[in-house]
Design a protein around this ligand. Structure first.
Ligand SMILES: [Zn+2]
Length: 338
């Protein structure tokens, strides 16, 4: 096996910490994407909007931009009768991001977003490991052809699915990262614990360039998961890409409570907790991202925070922590944010 390149390492060596981008879905909805519409189809029908998505994040200071290909497997595209266009839609997603990155005056890494297939593995569901690998290979071949630097496997719940995607990346010849979504009592829906994230695909290819968490529940919860991940392996390159504060339903619509100053503080706490790649997930606009850039520039990391510090500064946990400790007491949950 030939060694794959590590596009993250050089930039990390230069900058110490990298800023990944913010929300794709939330940003596209703000541009008029309809609920139930496949964002990936916009790579062909509304490419100017995808250019703007990436350009706004680059202008806000992102070092890493994620392609508009999260649902780009045949299983997800089938819901939109586009399962026969996997390669083209993913190639186009990467080409658009590549164009924005190459026009930037500094190095910007194009991360090929790869989300879950949405299907359950055997024996709970019908998806076999080999079918999953084939689906991810098909997607990643498009991402690679379009110029993605790395396969960015994200929002994962199942260790099997992470492994299948990592196997696919090796087969295609892309380096890879992966992040879990710890949205169920501090673990993923399939029971993966943040402290166990490091070993999931360590034996596949040269191993991941970085591992971590994205999405999940709120910004406080993901910082708690981050503490578990960096404690379990202080030398790992850990990604944290959390939602913008806490999701709140108003009618059928979701809003996120995070303000730019709150996300700036989230970024500083993430740095203090040992994250090397910090970004935002759902609800994180370019305005939030610019505040995070400002917070990280010239920032000297402080002491490692405790969960209590995180709750005081960012807000209450919405979920249990993975160690099954009870969530912060009701008294603390009612305290005002610092
Ligand atoms: Zn998210």
């Amino acid at each position: 096996m030939t060694a794959v390149s590590n596009p993250l390492a050089d930039l990390l060596a230069e900058k110490g910490v990298l800023l990944a981008d913010g929300a794709t879905g939330t940003s596209l909805f703000a541009m008029g994407l309809e609920a139930g519409e496949a964002p990936e189809l916009w790579n062909e029908t509304q490419p100017q909007n995808i250019v703007k998505l990436h350009q706004d994040f680059v202008d806000a200071g992102a070092d890493i931009i994620l392609t508009n290909s999260f649902g780009g497997t045949r299983q997800r595209l089938k819901l939109h009768k586009a399962e026969d266009r996997v390669f083209e839609l993913n190639r186009k997603a990467a080409e658009i991001a590549r164009g924005v990155a190459d026009a930037a005056s500094r190095t910007v890494i194009v991360a090929g977003s790869v989300g879950p297939t949405g299907e359950l593995f055997e024996p709970m569901g019908a998806l076999t490991y080999d079918v999953a690998v084939d689906a991810f290979v098909e997607q990643m071949e498009g991402l690679k052809a379009g110029g993605a630097d790395v396969a960015w496997i994200e929002t994962m719940s199942s260790a099997d699915e992470i492994r299948a995607a990592a196997d696919a990346a090796v087969r295609v010849g892309l380096p890879y990262t992966y992040t879990g979504s710890f949205d169920t009592a501090g673990k993923t829906m399939m029971g993966l614990d943040p402290k166990d994230i490091h070993g999931v695909a360590a034996d596949i290819g040269d191993g991941p360039l970085a591992v971590g968490a994205n999405c999940g529940v709120g910004a406080s919860d993901i910082l708690s998961s981050l503490l578990d991940m960096t404690a379990a392996d202080p030398n790992a390159t850990v990604i944290v890409k959390g939602n913008c504060g806490i999701p709140e339903f108003r009618g059928s619509e979701i809003f996120y409570s995070g303000t730019p100053p709150l996300m700036a503080d989230y970024a500083r706490l993430a740095r203090d907790a040992g994250a090397k790649i910090i970004g935002g997930c759902c609800g994180t606009s370019c305005g939030h991202l610019a505040a995070m850039r400002g917070a990280l520039d010239d920032y000297t990391p402080g002491p490692r925070p405790t969960v209590e510090t995180i709750v005081d500064r960012i807000g209450p946990l919405r979920n249990k922590t993975a160690s099954e400790a009870p969530p912060e007491s009701a008294r603390r949950q009612q305290r005002r944010r610092g």
